[in-house]
Design a protein around this ligand. Structure first.
Ligand code: PRP
Ligand code: URA
Length: 208
């Protein structure tokens, strides 16, 4: 089991609105952002803190400081960009890399069209973000590409995951932990997640 599912009433509530066909673009974006922040909260639970001394108005104290610069956030274009604000809200100094992939409509295989990473990406912990883990092809290809660049610590954050996608990541990349808001039932014949939320990119950008 390499997936952590956020079982929480807030997530169930927000997912219910997100999935609804009647939810418009503005609310859809806001909900993706909020759920992404909650996913990031979970995915950074093991973060190492540096000891630091600060001064409150009353006295000095020792506290912990996150080296935000250690993180690179990698949205899978384009739907992954919809999650970025939710992560940057809580790790504002993280670097951001982009990978552009789209699924071929017939083969469902990912086709890469863009790749730009921050300097020294191999030294950073990478959080890949994409709302949908369907066949898992896009996420698996992204992880392979990052490993080619020498990245060693990778986590995958998604909103809706299908069992098929989770299984593929577990097979191809057993070292990568998946954080998702829900695991849905299955895929349909067009490799869309059921019950899912439709085409995440189209709903984030209002393109359909
Ligand atoms: C969607 C989604 C994932 C991918 C998931 O992107 O955002 O990247 O499909 O499917 P998979 O697990 O079967 O690979 P899409 O290809 O629709 O591109 P878009 O983000 O540009 O809309
Ligand atoms: N991509 C989406 O946007 N939605 C799905 O259900 C599957 C892949």
């Amino acid at each position: 089991m390499n997936e952590i599912v956020l079982n929480h009433p807030l997530i169930t509530h927000k997912l219910g609105i997100l999935r609804d066909i009647h939810t418009g673009t503005k609310e859809f974006r806001e909900l993706i952002t909020e759920i992404s922040t909650l996913l990031c909260y979970e995915a950074t639970k093991d973060a190492k803190l540096e000891k630091t001394i600060i001064e409150t108005p009353l006295e000095k104290m020792e506290t912990g400081k996150l080296n935000e610069d250690n993180y690179a956030i990698v949205p899978i274009l384009r739907a992954g960009m919809g999650m970025l604000d939710g992560i940057i809200n809580v790790i504002p100094n993280a670097k951001v890399g982009h990978i552009g992939l789209y699924r071929d409509e017939e083969t469902f295989q990912p086709i890469e069209y863009y790749f730009k990473m921050p300097e020294n990406v191999s030294q950073r912990e990478v959080l890949i973000i994409d709302p949908m883990l369907a066949t898992g092809g896009s996420a698996s290809a992204t992880i392979s590409r990052l490993k080619e660049e020498g990245v060693k610590k990778i986590k995958l954050l998604c909103v809706v995951a299908a069992p098929e996608g989770i299984n593929l990541i577990e097979k191809d990349h057993p070292d990568v932990q998946i954080y998702c808001a829900t695991v849905d039932r299955t895929l349909n014949e067009s490799a869309y997640i059921l019950p899912g939320l439709g085409d995440a990119g189209d709903r984030v950008y209002g393109t359909k």
